[in-house]
Design a protein around this ligand. Sequence first.
Ligand SMILES: Cc1ncc(COP(=O)(O)O)c(C=O)c1O
Length: 300
Amino acid sequence: MSPPRRPLALLPTPLQRFAGMYLKRDDLSGFGLAGAKARALEYLLGDALAHDADVLVTGGSPSSNFIGGAALAASVCGMECEVLVSGTALERAPATLHLVGCSEAKVLYTGADRAELDRLIDERAAHLRDHGRTPYAIPRGGATPVGALGFANAAEELAAQLDFDEAVVVLPVGSGASIAGLLAGRAAIAAKWQVYGVSVSRPLPEIRGEILGLVARITPEAVTDWELIDAMEAAEAADDRDVHTMLAALRADGVLFDAKYGTKALAAVARLRARADRPIVLWHTGGLPAALDLLGRAAT
Ligand SMILES: Cc1ncc(COP(=O)(O)O)c(C=O)c1O
């Protein structure tokens, strides 16, 4: 039986030629500004609805693209939503938080570090359950085996768009849900892709363990032919290199990338190109709210 899925995104997303490689345009997934996160949300909301949940509980940092998408998905599905946000209220909220507010989700600042979020999300869900509600708790980034199904499915979608078997596939990594799904999906269709994940927010040993843990919960197949690239330090704050990379892609091809995920993945691809002997597919995962900030910075 296939897992429940609530369609939200416009799929398949386009695959285009871009700067001598291929670009998988999940920034055009067509659901709010959720980008690739719309894929995970289709399965998470499908599961939440199948469990008769009446309130979605999730969380992230203020600039998390996932929380904006989750709040909107809950609204579209007629479900309440509570979003736990690390730290305290900012004077100038990022656009992701405006999406949460405009989706009528409740924002709860935790006053704590983002590493505490998953525990606090579970606690909040338990509290709601004690008060007669039916919550559906989703950890940061939608990193559950259910959320990862979105990218497992995307592997099949990409394979149908490529007219060659062997490829190098590169994507930015935060919580690890997307790459875990992609690796499981690649195993299911036996695609001959070398996968590179560009880790922007967690140290490699930690994120590698989390990815392998998720993959093991989705597929019994062992995963090989994948590597992580550390871009954590570079991702701390946008700098002039991000502006330069973003402007080059924008001016040459009309494609807009953000600084946390997009320009880091582009920089990694630039380094991989020298040694890649197969066509490269770069996954544009979205991040448009922050991309607008980067545009603002470049223009001043
Ligand atoms: C634009 C964008 N790209 C990539 C990622 C990383 O995806 P994952 O958390 O599944 O590793 C995120 C995570 O929020 C994101 O918002």
